[in-house]
Design a protein around this ligand. Structure first.
Ligand code: DON
Length: 306
């Protein structure tokens, strides 16, 4: 088994190498535009406790929208179904920063993974926790077993300087009463959490939560009920890659979440978690080489949820 995954990762690395610099690094956040595009990492963490890595898998990068999974777990584990009074759970079919559906739906975002939905989740966390930013940091450190996880303040400040669209979304939702805190406080907390840096290894270890039925496999602590965990995986499956979610289900076939820093983390329930990182993005804001690597992984390992 050990050999099988090592060989699969080596084969994937050599096949995706020509794709690594295709696409474009996210530069709408100026600081992210400075990242060296020529990087690729991948990590696989099995439920039997084995770990397989290749490339720049230990290098930290901006997790951006992958953080929306962690904030959702913190809110959902406390509020359970009451959470769905403030945010929907349907795929949006739109860009991650889209405003278009908000008016029809009276300020209730389509799902917790588009920016509007994640911003509502952070607004909820501001009411649930005294220091939600620190709570998320504590949570990812515990899940990954790495105390060395921090916010990149340069990235946060760079995004805050050009966060007009996120401000617009948040003011718009506030006009419907779906944002309870001060708009700047919400945007600052949301942007700080998006600017957390983690490596592929950290992310794959953290997502073992979702392949382990909602229990932190490293210390046995239950974080989500089995049913909540099933639902987290369902939301990743249907909303995790924005307007590419159908194509991703077709090509890869696992629940996953992407971020504009170039990371993607996926889950095969009861089996393993898998992360990839490569900074160049396709037109929908997802890592081009990362998606291909995951497609090859589920093909060569013959493992997916379908
Ligand atoms: O709010 C933003 O635009 C970023 N902080 C996060 C966007 C993101 O990662 C979308 N993912 N593919």
């Amino acid at each position: 088994m050990e050999e099988k995954y090592t060989q699969i990762l080596e084969r994937i690395y050599s096949e995706i190498s020509p794709l690594i610099t295709r696409g474009k690094v996210a530069d709408y956040i100026p600081e992210l535009g400075k990242v060296d595009p020529n990087q690729f990492g991948m990590s696989v963490c099995t439920n039997s406790g084995h770990e397989y890595i290749i490339g720049n898998s230990q290098k930290s990068f901006s997790i951006q929208s992958i953080s929306k999974v962690f904030t959702l777990v913190l809110a959902y584990s406390k509020l359970d179904r009451k959470l769905w009074e403030r945010v929907g759970r349907e795929p949006s079919g739109t860009r991650f920063d889209s405003l278009v559906l908000l008016e029809n739906e009276e300020g209730i975002p389509r799902n917790p993974f588009i920016n509007a939905g994640a911003i509502v989740v952070v607004d909820i966390l501001l009411d649930l926790y005294e220091d939600p930013i620190n709570e998320v940091l504590k949570f990812v450190r515990e899940l990954s077993g790495n105390e060395d996880i921090f916010i990149n303040e340069k990235v946060r400040d760079s995004e805050l300087e050009c966060a007009n669209r996120n401000y617009a979304l948040t003011y718009f939702m506030k006009s419907f009463g779906n944002i309870r805190n001060d708009v700047s406080t919400v945007i600052e907390a949301y942007t700080s959490i998006c600017s957390i840096e983690m490596s592929c290894v950290d992310l794959a270890r953290s997502f073992r939560l979702f392949s382990s039925n909602g229990e932190n496999p490293w210390n046995g602590k239950r974080i989500l009920t089995k049913s909540q965990n099933k639902r987290m995986n369902a939301i990743m499956m249907t909303c995790g890659l924005y307007n590419s979610v159908g194509d991703f289900a077709y090509r890869v076939g696992i629940p996953a979440k992407s971020g504009v820093g170039g990371g993607i983390v996926g889950v095969i329930p009861n089996e393993m978690s898998i992360s990839t990182w490569s900074p160049c993005l396709d037109k929908t804001g997802n890592s081009l080489a990362g998606i291909k690597a995951l497609e090859l992984f589920t093909t060569y390992s013959e493992q997916s949820i379908y």
